[in-house]
Design a protein around this ligand. Structure first.
Ligand SMILES: Nc1ncnc2c1ncn2[C@@H]1O[C@H](COP(=O)(O)OP(=O)(O)OP(=O)(O)O)[C@@H](O)[C@H]1O
Ligand SMILES: [Mg+2]
Length: 154
Protein backbone atom coordinates (compact mmCIF):
# COMPACT_ATOMS: atom_id res chain seq x y z
CA UNK A 1 0.00 0.00 0.00
CA UNK A 2 1.36 3.40 -0.93
CA UNK A 3 0.12 6.72 0.40
CA UNK A 4 1.25 10.12 -0.77
CA UNK A 5 1.30 12.75 1.97
CA UNK A 6 1.87 16.42 1.28
CA UNK A 7 2.21 17.70 4.85
CA UNK A 8 2.86 16.57 8.41
CA UNK A 9 -0.84 16.63 9.29
CA UNK A 10 -1.68 14.30 6.39
CA UNK A 11 0.90 11.82 7.64
CA UNK A 12 -0.53 12.06 11.16
CA UNK A 13 -4.05 11.48 9.86
CA UNK A 14 -3.02 8.60 7.62
CA UNK A 15 -1.16 6.89 10.49
CA UNK A 16 -4.07 7.47 12.83
CA UNK A 17 -6.47 5.83 10.38
CA UNK A 18 -3.99 3.01 9.79
CA UNK A 19 -3.82 2.37 13.55
CA UNK A 20 -7.43 1.23 13.56
CA UNK A 21 -6.41 -1.80 11.48
CA UNK A 22 -4.00 -2.97 14.18
CA UNK A 23 -5.00 -6.07 16.11
CA UNK A 24 -1.93 -6.59 18.24
CA UNK A 25 1.12 -8.73 17.54
CA UNK A 26 2.37 -6.54 14.71
CA UNK A 27 5.97 -5.43 14.35
CA UNK A 28 6.77 -2.61 11.92
CA UNK A 29 10.26 -1.75 10.72
CA UNK A 30 10.35 1.85 9.53
CA UNK A 31 13.03 3.19 7.24
CA UNK A 32 13.61 6.55 5.65
CA UNK A 33 16.26 9.24 5.81
CA UNK A 34 16.67 11.70 8.69
CA UNK A 35 13.60 13.88 8.94
CA UNK A 36 11.54 11.81 6.54
CA UNK A 37 8.74 11.45 9.06
CA UNK A 38 9.17 8.14 10.85
CA UNK A 39 8.52 9.72 14.25
CA UNK A 40 5.62 11.75 12.90
CA UNK A 41 4.04 8.55 11.53
CA UNK A 42 4.37 6.79 14.90
CA UNK A 43 2.97 9.86 16.65
CA UNK A 44 -0.09 9.50 14.42
CA UNK A 45 -0.38 5.85 15.41
CA UNK A 46 -0.29 6.85 19.09
CA UNK A 47 -3.00 9.47 18.57
CA UNK A 48 -5.13 6.93 16.73
CA UNK A 49 -4.79 4.54 19.66
CA UNK A 50 -5.94 7.30 22.00
CA UNK A 51 -2.57 7.73 23.67
CA UNK A 52 -2.50 11.17 25.21
CA UNK A 53 1.15 11.33 26.34
CA UNK A 54 3.27 13.48 24.11
CA UNK A 55 5.24 11.08 21.97
CA UNK A 56 8.80 12.32 21.99
CA UNK A 57 11.69 10.84 20.09
CA UNK A 58 13.12 7.83 21.86
CA UNK A 59 16.53 8.38 20.29
CA UNK A 60 18.16 8.67 23.70
CA UNK A 61 15.73 6.45 25.52
CA UNK A 62 15.88 3.73 22.82
CA UNK A 63 12.51 2.22 23.74
CA UNK A 64 9.29 3.77 24.95
CA UNK A 65 6.25 1.85 26.10
CA UNK A 66 2.78 3.38 26.06
CA UNK A 67 -0.32 1.73 27.38
CA UNK A 68 -3.44 1.98 25.26
CA UNK A 69 -6.41 3.10 27.29
CA UNK A 70 -8.99 2.88 24.52
CA UNK A 71 -11.53 0.29 25.72
CA UNK A 72 -12.42 -1.35 22.41
CA UNK A 73 -8.82 -1.74 21.27
CA UNK A 74 -7.26 -5.20 21.15
CA UNK A 75 -3.87 -3.46 21.12
CA UNK A 76 -3.02 -2.83 24.75
CA UNK A 77 0.51 -1.57 24.34
CA UNK A 78 2.41 0.55 21.84
CA UNK A 79 6.19 0.27 21.73
CA UNK A 80 8.27 2.91 19.97
CA UNK A 81 11.91 2.04 19.37
CA UNK A 82 14.62 4.12 17.72
CA UNK A 83 17.40 1.83 16.54
CA UNK A 84 19.55 4.65 15.16
CA UNK A 85 22.26 4.31 17.78
CA UNK A 86 21.87 0.66 18.72
CA UNK A 87 22.05 -2.83 17.32
CA UNK A 88 19.44 -5.60 17.48
CA UNK A 89 21.45 -7.31 20.22
CA UNK A 90 21.15 -4.19 22.41
CA UNK A 91 17.38 -4.21 21.93
CA UNK A 92 17.16 -7.84 22.95
CA UNK A 93 19.36 -6.99 25.94
CA UNK A 94 16.85 -4.44 27.18
CA UNK A 95 13.98 -6.88 26.82
CA UNK A 96 12.34 -5.95 23.54
CA UNK A 97 11.81 -9.54 22.44
CA UNK A 98 9.14 -10.23 25.04
CA UNK A 99 6.99 -7.71 23.16
CA UNK A 100 7.76 -8.87 19.62
CA UNK A 101 4.66 -10.55 18.14
CA UNK A 102 3.03 -10.36 21.56
CA UNK A 103 -0.70 -10.46 20.75
CA UNK A 104 -1.50 -7.36 22.82
CA UNK A 105 1.36 -5.24 21.56
CA UNK A 106 2.14 -3.25 18.42
CA UNK A 107 5.83 -2.45 17.94
CA UNK A 108 7.21 0.32 15.69
CA UNK A 109 10.97 0.49 15.13
CA UNK A 110 12.68 3.46 13.48
CA UNK A 111 15.73 2.51 11.39
CA UNK A 112 14.26 -0.96 11.24
CA UNK A 113 16.63 -2.24 8.56
CA UNK A 114 19.28 -2.37 11.29
CA UNK A 115 17.44 -5.17 13.03
CA UNK A 116 15.98 -6.96 10.03
CA UNK A 117 18.56 -9.73 9.77
CA UNK A 118 18.38 -10.59 13.44
CA UNK A 119 14.58 -10.57 13.39
CA UNK A 120 14.52 -12.92 10.42
CA UNK A 121 16.85 -15.29 12.23
CA UNK A 122 14.65 -15.10 15.31
CA UNK A 123 11.53 -15.82 13.22
CA UNK A 124 9.89 -12.52 14.14
CA UNK A 125 7.06 -11.57 11.80
CA UNK A 126 7.39 -8.00 10.65
CA UNK A 127 6.12 -5.54 8.07
CA UNK A 128 8.32 -2.92 6.49
CA UNK A 129 7.29 0.71 6.15
CA UNK A 130 9.34 2.98 3.93
CA UNK A 131 9.00 6.73 3.97
CA UNK A 132 10.51 8.59 1.06
CA UNK A 133 10.94 12.28 0.62
CA UNK A 134 9.60 13.00 -2.83
CA UNK A 135 12.14 15.07 -4.70
CA UNK A 136 10.96 18.42 -5.95
CA UNK A 137 11.27 18.07 -9.69
CA UNK A 138 9.46 20.04 -12.38
CA UNK A 139 7.72 22.14 -9.73
CA UNK A 140 11.20 23.30 -8.70
CA UNK A 141 11.94 23.20 -4.99
CA UNK A 142 8.99 25.15 -3.66
CA UNK A 143 8.08 24.89 0.00
CA UNK A 144 5.09 22.61 -0.48
CA UNK A 145 6.94 20.01 -2.48
CA UNK A 146 9.48 19.83 0.37
CA UNK A 147 6.72 18.31 2.40
CA UNK A 148 5.80 15.50 0.08
CA UNK A 149 6.34 12.03 1.40
CA UNK A 150 5.65 8.65 -0.07
CA UNK A 151 4.67 6.17 2.63
CA UNK A 152 4.98 2.58 1.50
CA UNK A 153 3.61 -0.20 3.67
CA UNK A 154 4.85 -3.48 2.26
N1 LIG B 1 4.41 15.02 4.69
C1 LIG B 1 5.10 15.03 5.82
N2 LIG B 1 4.99 13.99 6.67
C2 LIG B 1 5.72 13.97 7.80
N3 LIG B 1 6.56 14.92 8.21
C3 LIG B 1 6.69 15.99 7.40
C4 LIG B 1 5.97 16.09 6.18
N4 LIG B 1 6.32 17.24 5.59
C5 LIG B 1 7.20 17.84 6.37
N5 LIG B 1 7.45 17.10 7.48
C6 LIG B 1 8.42 17.45 8.51
O1 LIG B 1 9.48 16.52 8.46
C7 LIG B 1 9.97 16.25 9.76
C8 LIG B 1 9.87 14.77 10.08
O2 LIG B 1 10.49 14.58 11.30
P1 LIG B 1 10.57 13.19 12.04
O3 LIG B 1 11.19 13.45 13.35
O4 LIG B 1 9.25 12.51 12.02
O5 LIG B 1 11.56 12.39 11.09
P2 LIG B 1 12.26 11.00 11.38
O6 LIG B 1 12.15 10.21 10.13
O7 LIG B 1 11.72 10.39 12.62
O8 LIG B 1 13.77 11.45 11.58
P3 LIG B 1 14.94 10.78 12.45
O9 LIG B 1 15.58 9.76 11.55
O10 LIG B 1 15.84 11.90 12.76
O11 LIG B 1 14.33 10.15 13.66
C9 LIG B 1 9.15 17.11 10.71
O12 LIG B 1 9.84 18.30 10.95
C10 LIG B 1 7.88 17.37 9.92
O13 LIG B 1 7.26 18.59 10.26
MG1 LIG C 1 12.59 9.86 14.43
Amino acid sequence: MTYLSNCEQKTLDFASTFSSSLKGGEVFLLDGTLGSGKSVFIRGIATGLGIKNRLTSPTFVIMKIYSVKKRNSSVKRLIHVDAYRVEAEDLFQIGLQEYLNDPQTAVFIEWGSKVEKKFKKSKINFTKIKIRKVKASASGGNKLSDQERQIIIE
